[in-house]
Design a binder for this molecule. Structure first.
Ligand code: FES
Length: 166
């Protein structure tokens, strides 16, 4: 099992370089800008919010208000292993809630949070476009299809092994 994201995550993106690609004061750039920051860094830091705000002429409160409306934005660093579990209608009907419950039990934190050691985080997302293969789980960009709750303990065990041997 190899997860390329363990490597990717070491890269990071320079905030100033990203921000300068956008036009100063153009507020409609906020969402694409935040998306780009998150893609480069895995989350949107407080520093990024402040810098984006002063560049676009928006208060940090306004940015948080707008950004939290979109559930795809993270404001704390993701785990080295980042899991997304689908709770779209089809996956839900095929048992994704039981998978979510098992993930919570095995990882030990609520969705959207990261374990203290920084190893794991998971998010509940809406349809990922593979409904007929659900419940669908995405682990650092790799799909696991038809996932069952009883498969989660073994998966987490394997992922811990990957982290320990990285
Ligand atoms: S509902 Fe889960 S992939 Fe579509």
């Amino acid at each position: 099992m190899s997860y390329g994201y363990l490597q990717m995550k070491k890269m990071g993106g320079d905030l100033d370089i990203i921000i300068k690609k956008y036009k100063q004061g153009k507020r409609e750039d906020l969402i694409p800008l935040l998306q780009e920051i998150q893609e480069a860094n895995g989350y949107i830091s407080e520093e990024a919010i402040v810098k984006a705000g002063s560049f676009l002429g928006l208060s940090t409160t306004k940015i948080y208000g707008l950004a939290t409306f979109y559930d795809r934005f993270r404001f704390i660093p993701a785990g080295r292993i980042q899991i997304k579990i689908c709770r779209g209608t089809s996956c839900f009907l095929n048992g994704s809630q039981e998978v979510i419950n098992k993930l919570k039990e095995e990882i030990g934190v609520a969705p959207g949070l990261t374990t203290r050691n920084g190893n794991f985080s998971y998010e509940i997302v809406s349809c990922m476009g593979g409904c007929h293969n659900g419940p669908l789980l995405l682990v650092n960009g790799e799909f696991h299809t038809h996932i069952k709750p009883e498969e989660i303990p073994e998966l987490i065990k394997k992922l811990k092994y990957v982290i320990d041997n990285d």
